[in-house]
Design a protein around this ligand. Structure first.
Ligand SMILES: Nc1nc2c(ncn2[C@@H]2O[C@H](COP(=O)(O)OP(=O)(O)OP(=O)(O)O)[C@@H](O)[C@H]2O)c(=O)[nH]1
Ligand SMILES: [Mg+2]
Ligand SMILES: [Zn+2]
Length: 286
């Protein structure tokens, strides 16, 4: 048996890279396809045959993302442009909580840095985010050394609205990928011709999966308790709240609300927490 990682799946053709760095075309064994289908990102054991190499076993996953279908994701890179589309704190907050809930580390990559005239205008926002996740700056003309260094040895998935520059970023890192960027996909009719298969691209000693931009975010799978646990900066404060099970909403003696009042926690982030919490509560009533 050879240990390998699944890097691309097109119907039932699985491309894997062995630990020795060899790329192999494989099929999944029939028994696996029925019970535990291999996903991109999986560590698998393959058996090299004379004319067919077969995946015999999928190793346990540390996590699995649904959109896109990738296993063992180390980091989700939230790509958010400075302008075009406008930087959205609501979106960064919501995405970061969904990502945490999936058991994955979020990071923020601010794109189109070349397009914002007042570079300091985002400082307060980015400083606040730096306290809860790694933050990187990217754009035309900027080097990507810092983010590439961070991605070394990791599987990273890009996420973010359509048009923020996810595919462009990967192309700037390595033009050989030639990923479609927006002008092209627009010409083909929005999203319709987006490649459906998932693929890990070798970037800076790690792997990146590009994804198409989404149209909505789904909190269906989250309870109010899940949300509470996803807002990581609340956790150390919760011990100081008067009530053990404080939800940081209207309870007296709440340390989170004090932190918002004295600006240790950004008020917009707290407001967004309340908004999502209300959404989840409203859903419960049906
Ligand atoms: N000035 C500038 N323009 C950029 C930058 N990154 C991307 N763009 C432009 O923004 C547009 C959208 O870029 P894409 O890379 O297609 O965006 P995307 O996030 O992959 O979009 P979807 O695939 O639809 O989700 C293109 O016209 C790019 O040329 C940047 O750093 N600076
Ligand atoms: Mg794209
Ligand atoms: Zn509290």
């Amino acid at each position: 048996m050879i240990e390998a990682r699944v890097i691309k799946i097109v119907s039932n053709h699985y491309t894997v890279e062995t630990v020795q760095g060899e790329i192999l075309q494989t099929k999944a064994s029939g028994k696996l396809r029925k019970s535990y289908s291999p996903m991109v990102g999986d560590w698998v054991d393959v058996l090299k045959g004379v004319d067919l190499t077969v995946i015999e076993r999928v190793r346990p996953r540390s996590n699995r993302m649904i959109r896109p279908l990738v296993a063992n994701v180390d980091v989700m890179l939230i790509v958010m442009s400075t302008v075009k589309p406008e930087f959205s704190e609501v979106l960064v907050d919501r995405l970061s909580w969904l990502i945490r809930h999936a058991g994955v580390q979020p990071a923020l990559l601010v794109s189109k840095w070349d397009l914002i005239s007042d570079k300091t205008s985002l400082d307060p926002i980015l400083d606040a985010y730096r306290q809860v996740m790694p933050v990187f700056i990217a754009g035309k003309g900027l080097d990507n050394d810092e983010v590439l260094n961070f991605l070394k040895g990791k599987i990273a998935v890009l996420t973010g609205q359509s048009g923020v520059g996810k595919s462009s970023l990967i192309n700037r890192i390595d033009p050989r990928f030639e990923l479609n960027t927006q002008e092209i996909s627009k010409a083909l009719g929005r999203g319709k011709h987006t490649t459906r298969h998932v693929e890990l691209l070798p970037v800076g000693g790690g792997w990146i999966a590009d994804t198409p931009g989404f149209s909505s975010l789904d909190f269906e799978e989250m309870s109010t308790q899940d949300l509470l646990e996803a807002v990581v900066e609340f956790t150390p404060l919760a011990a100081q709240c008067r009530f053990r099970n404080c939800q940081h909403v209207a309870e007296p003696g709440c340390a989170v609300k004090s932190a918002v009042a004295n600006h240790t926690i950004r008020s917009s982030r707290y407001e967004h927490y309340l908004e999502i919490r209300a959404l989840i509560e409203a859903r419960k009533e049906y």
